[in-house]
Write a protein that binds this ligand. Structure first.
Ligand code: NDP
Length: 335
């Protein structure tokens, strides 16, 4: 039974000392418990935050503790009502081969789901994040312009495709020509700008001739500063993440952008609202998501790209790839 634990809190990007692969005995499931064998581990940007000993919406991972993460697992043995041997489940058992569970907060996906790993992506947390954040906070209207970065990733790709379905002009931002081509050609965005280009801000301006009505904030940094001057009066900004800043060891030695950010919000009457998907929306929103997304996927109206990395031992490197933009599509590890 391999497991990856947090060995050291990183300063900046995680390095070779941050996570440690350990061997442990396969745990035994007792009365009222089941043994789970991990099939897929989801890698997500929030994992970087859990490595910090900082106040957040969730407790940090303790040193020596198994890294946190959502998994799709298969039931090996079960003494839990509603779970049978061979069932696929969605669980929060983290970066390890095996785990024991009493069934709390475990979702049964059935014995033969079509795409088990999709429960970690388009039909799971990232898909729901895109759906709820865009529709409930962004409130896009037909003909408006929506901008989203990390546009080839699971959240951004889904935000843009839903905005297209709502009749918006959709401009993505992504790293590099290959990702941008995918975003326009396969996902159907109207344009996609490479944030690594020197004239990024000019290109973004040209792609948004009518300004920006909804900026779905995934990354912060240079993209945010390119967006601010283009925001229209009464624009909405669901603040979902800021992955460009997750590895900052401290505040940068740079000009104070507070006046620009707050000045724009004031003058343009921008509605800025942060959200954390686990507790920002009610059960009805989740039901609407599951219904709509299931239908859109069935009808081919939403497309989904996954990157599968083989082997638990490769998860630490894969997480850094994700944080630095070397992933392409939703990153999952086949354990
Ligand atoms: P992705 O799989 O898209 O990975 C992150 C991507 O961010 C990278 O692939 C890279 O894409 C892009 N990126 C990294 N650094 C920069 C940078 N400096 N400038 C611009 N882009 C950068 O992630 P997800 O789709 O899983 O998540 C997207 C965002 O949503 C994250 O911020 C995440 O934390 C947040 N999130 C928030 C939730 C909530 O409840 N609030 C829930 C789920 C996700 P590229 O190469 O294209 O630049």
């Amino acid at each position: 039974n391999r497991r990856i634990v947090l060995a050291e809190r990183p300063q900046g990007l995680p390095d070779d000392n941050t996570l440690r692969l350990e061997q442990a005995d396969i745990p035994t499931a007792g009365k009222g418990e089941m043994l789970l064998r991990t099939v897929y581990l989801s890698l997500d940007p929030y994992m970087r935050g859990r490595m910090n000993d900082a106040k957040s919406y969730a407790e940090p991972v303790k040193l020596g503790e198994v890294m946190t993460g959502q998994v799709v697992a298969q039931v090996v043995t079960s003494d839990v009502k509603g779970f049978a041997e061979g069932d696929y489940v969605l669980a929060g058992s983290g970066w390890q081969d095996y785990a024991v569970s009493d069934g709390t907060q475990v979702l049964n996906l059935g014995s033969d789901p079509d795409h088990p790993s999709w429960a970690l992506g388009i039909m799971g947390m990232p898909g729901y994040t895109a759906y709820a954040g865009l529709l409930k906070i962004g409130e896009p209207k037909e003909g408006e312009t929506v901008v989203v970065a990390a546009a080839s990733g699971p959240v951004g790709a889904t935000v843009g495709q839903i905005a297209k379905l709502k009749g918006c002009r959709v401009v993505g931002v992504a790293g590099g020509p290959e990702k941008c081509a995918h975003v326009v050609d396969n996902l159907g965005f109207d344009a996609c700008i490479d944030h690594k280009a020197d004239d990024f801000a000019d290109q973004l301006k040209q792609a948004c001739p009518d300004g920006i009505d909804v900026y779905f904030e995934n990354v912060g940094g240079k993209v945010l500063y390119g967006v601010l001057p283009l925001l229209n009066p009464f624009a909405r900004m669901p603040v979902c993440g800021m992955v460009a800043w997750y590895n900052l060891p401290g505040l940068p030695d740079a000009p104070d952008m507070g006046p620009v950010i707050m000045g724009t919000i004031l003058r343009m009457k921008v509605k800025v609202q942060g959200f954390i998907i686990f507790d920002s929306f009610g059960p009805d929103t989740y039901k609407e998501f599951a219904r709509d997304m299931g239908q859109w996927l069935k009808d081919g109206k939403v497309k989904y790209k996954e990157q599968v990395v083989e082997g638990l031992e490769n998860a630490p490197k894969a997480l850094n790839d994700l944080l630095e933009g070397r992933s392409f599509g939703k990153m999952v590890v086949k354990v």
